[in-house]
Design a protein around this ligand. Structure first.
Ligand code: F6P
Length: 359
């Protein structure tokens, strides 16, 4: 078989396990005697002249790289190339330049490691430029459809669970209600999983309506039972009961979710008489050594992505289903955006354990 040259890029917010996925791609490709080219900073690297990239030498990719958080290739979650922000505040379609960049690298195929937003852009670029694209799902939010797991989620849940483990003793020592605000964008997966695993009393997620009265009722019932503390986990995209969302504006105009925890802290203190404290976990959930599960998932995904290229199967995303790696159409995965299923096992488990969703 002719020697292939494949490109790989990481796109969107980073998470733990990206380097393990890159490593798996490089090794699998090397076994097939193919070359892997790492594109720097996602599609942004292709806007440079010449495109920013480097050939990835398998010898760089021993087991140690797998333990590293972040992505050695760099990434970006800004700058849609079809409406690229220009310094004067206008936007410009830069997709042609990115396609030219892909072509200049002489790639037979590209593996994009991303979330649903990145896949939507990569798919459009692939169509425009006739690029052979294969996707590997990653996101701490775990909201990509058609896969039971995405790289990075398990680590984020482990971090959030550990945060609850750490908050519990200090809550009990001070007779406090601790509110932990976790990431996840519009999906409450991190909150539900970490909340159950970390022994939370209340889990609030964007998918479920809640009232302060119900949250207070649960906390007061804990007090009446003789317990002097409670743990509340809230997803960052949860709104006030009247529908106001909390966002932080960053320099340059970027907005991100954040701040609902402080609102709840005040309301819970008022309604229960408990002292409250708020922890916003933030990017701590993204940047650390991956759990063994994320290393396994990333490794299996990386190998399968290269195998799909070998089979000439493009426009596909590798996915985890029923203890196996399968592949699905990228557009199906994007279309099946996955929020928390309120009738699903985890929510039902939480309820059966007496955890309140505030509803
Ligand atoms: O999508 C991953 C994620 O970490 C979300 O959970 C969070 O809302 C967002 O990215 C934060 O983005 P940024 O890294 O730009 O602050």
């Amino acid at each position: 078989m002719a020697k292939k040259r494949i490109g790989i890029l990481t796109s969107g917010g980073d998470c733990a396990g990206l380097n393990a996925a890159i490593r798996a791609v490089v090794h699998r490709a090397h076994l097939l005697d193919w070359e892997t080219v790492g594109i720097i900073d996602g599609t942004a690297g292709l806007l440079q002249d010449p495109p920013e990239c480097r050939v990835l030498d398998p010898h760089e990719f021993d087991g140690n790289i797998m333990r590293l958080g972040g992505t050695i290739l760099g990434t970006t979650n800004k700058g849609n190339p079809f409406a690229f922000p220009m310094p004067d505040g206008s936007t410009k379609d830069m997709s042609g330049k990115i396609v030219d960049g892909f072509k200049a690298l002489g790639l037979d195929a590209v593996i994009g490691i991303g979330g649903d937003g990145s896949f939507a852009i990569l798919k459009k670029l692939a169509k425009k430029g006739g690029i052979n694209l294969v996707g590997i799902p990653k996101t701490i939010d775990n909201d990509i459809g058609m896969t039971e797991a995405a790289v990075g989620f398990d680590t984020a849940v482990a971090v959030a669970t550990e945060a609850l483990d750490r908050l519990q003793p200090t809550a009990a020592s001070h007779d406090r209600v601790m509110i932990l605000e976790v990431m996840g964008r519009d999906a409450g997966h991190i909150a539900v999983s970490a909340g159950i695993a970390g022994g939370a009393d209340v889990i609030l997620i964007p998918e479920a309506d809640y009232s302060i009265e119900n949250v207070a009722k649960k906390i007061l019932s804990i007090k009446e039972s003789g317990r002097n503390f409670a743990l509340v986990v809230v997803s960052e995209a949860v709104k006030t009961p009247s529908g106001e969302k909390f966002q932080v504006s960053y320099h340059g105009g970027e907005k991100r979710y954040g701040g609902i925890g402080h609102y709840l802290g005040e309301k819970i203190a008022e309604a229960t008489g408990f002292e409250t404290r708020v922890t916003i976990l933030g990017h701590v959930q993204r940047g650390c050594s991956p759990t063994y599960n994320d290393r396994l998932l990333a490794s299996a995904f990386g190998v399968k992505a290269v195998d799909l290229i070998q089979e000439g199967k493009f426009g596909r995303m590798v996915a985890w289903s029923n203890r196996q790696v399968i592949d699905v159409a990228i557009e199906d995965a994007i279309a099946a955006y996955q929020q928390v299923d309120l009738d699903g096992t985890l929510v039902q488990t939480a309820k059966a354990l007496g955890i309140s969703l505030g509803d």
